[in-house]
Design a protein around this ligand. Sequence first.
Ligand SMILES: Cc1cc2nc3c(=O)[nH]c(=O)nc-3n(C[C@H](O)[C@H](O)[C@H](O)COP(=O)(O)OP(=O)(O)OC[C@H]3O[C@@H](n4cnc5c(N)ncnc54)[C@H](O)[C@@H]3O)c2cc1C
Length: 432
Amino acid sequence: MAEPGRVAKGAAEPVLADAIVVGAGPGGSAAARHLADRGLDVVLLEKTRFPREKVCGDGLTPRATRQLIRLGIDTSAESGWLRNKGLRIYGGGTDPFEMPWPELTDFPSYGLVRPRADFDDLLAKHAVAGGAHLYMETAVTGPILDERTDRIVGVTTKDGREFRAPFVVAADGNSARLAIGMGIQRRPDRPMGVAVRTYYRSPRHDDEWLESWLELWDGAPNQSSLLPGYGWIFGMGDGTCNVGLGILNTSPAFGKVDYKDLLLRWLANTPPEWGFTDPANQIGTVQGAALPMAFNRQPIYTRGLLLVGDAGGMVNPFNGEGIAYAMETAELAADAIAEAHYRGAGTTSAERALAGYEAAVKAELGGYYRLGTIFVKLIGHPKIMHLCTTYGLPRKTLMRFVHKLLANLTDKRDGDVMDRVINAMTRIAPSA
Ligand SMILES: Cc1cc2nc3c(=O)[nH]c(=O)nc-3n(C[C@H](O)[C@H](O)[C@H](O)COP(=O)(O)OP(=O)(O)OC[C@H]3O[C@@H](n4cnc5c(N)ncnc54)[C@H](O)[C@@H]3O)c2cc1C
C-alpha cells in the first residue's frame, strides 16, 4: 500500500512533502489522514510492516469512538467492530455494577473494541485512501536540522534515505526518538504507568461491557492480600478476551514487582468457567509497555516539530487511555500545520499558527491532566484506593460523577450539573 510522495530524481535524492508524520499508530495515521484531507502532500513513515501487533488493551471509549467518526470511519458491527455500553466495575467488596457511557451531545454513547493488529492497519489504510503516502519498514533515525535556523526540515532513516518537509509530526510512541533527537527530555514530575496484557480463549468474549477491576486480590476479596494495580477484562468478540493490569509509578510496588506474576496471581482467583485459570486457554505471552502520562514530554511544539500521542506523553492519568488522546492531538496538529502551510511555511504568521498547537492541546487537556496528576498520587497506594472503593462505589450518584471524570466525558455546552462542575474544575486548574 506504500506510494511515493514527490520523489526527486534518483534514489539518493530526498523525498519532498508538505508534511512528514513519523509513526503510523493511531496518532500518526490520524494526523496523516487529517493533513491529506486538508489538501497537504503528506508522507507517513512507519518502522514496522502492517499488520503488526501493539501491546494494548484494545479498548476504545466514546472519546476514541468520536475520533473515528470524525475521520469518517464506519464503526458498525458489519465493519467488524464490537460495541460496548459502558464499564462494569469490580471493587470495594460490593457486587460488580454497570455504569453505562453517559448520554451526551459531544460524544457517542458507545465504545468499541478491536485488536490493535487490525485497528492500526485499518487506520493506516484509511490514511492512504485519503492520499497520504505510507512508507513501511522505514525506521526514522533522527531529525535533519537547518543549520541557520535550528528548525527541523526533514528526517533521516535507518536505510539511509532522507524525507524533507517544513513540518514534522512526531507520532513515534513512547520511544519518542524524534523528540529526543530534538533535545526534548522526559519530565520526571509526570506520572508514568506500566501495563501488561495477554489474551485468553473465554466464553466471555462477546461481553457488551468493558470490565474494570479497581482492586486485585490474590484470593477471596477482603480475606487475602490486596495486589497493587488495576485490572481489565475486555471481550474481543472473536472467542478471546484481552486481560491485563496496570500500575502507576505513584504505587510503592512500581518497578519492584513481577507484573506478569501479578497478572497470573489475580487471574488464578477468577471463576474457572471464565477460562483464565487454565494456561491452555492463554494465547501468546504476557507483554507489557509503558504508559507515559500528563504531557511527560514538553514542549509539545518546537522548531517545526509537533508531538502527538504517546510521543508527548499524552495518556490520560485518570484511566490509562491513550488512543483517544493520540487521535485528538493528531487532529489539532493537522489543523495547526494546515494553517501554517496555507499562511506560508517560514513566515511569522505560520509560526504563530504552529505555536497555536500547544495552546490548543493545553486548553483542551491541560487542566484535566493537572487534576489527573493529583488523582494518581492519591490512588497510588492500594489502601487509599481500598478506602475510596469501599466508601465511594456504593454511592451511585458519586460514581456517575467519577465515571464522567475518569473517562473525560462531559458536554462542553449545556451539560448537566456534573458536567458543569467537572468543566469548571478543569478550567480553574493550571495546565499540566
Ligand atoms: C498494556 C497496555 C494496554 C493499553 N490499553 C489501552 C486501551 O485499552 N485503550 C487505550 O486507549 N489505550 C491503551 N493503552 C495506551 C495506548 O496503547 C497508547 O496510548 C497508544 O497506542 C498511543 O498511540 P500513538 O499513536 O501515540 O503511539 P503508538 O501506538 O505507540 O504508535 C507509534 C508508532 O510509531 C512507530 N515507530 C516507533 N518508532 C519509530 C521510528 N523510529 N520510525 C518510524 N516509526 C516508528 C511504531 O512502530 C508505531 O507503529 C495501553 C497501553 C498498554 C501498554
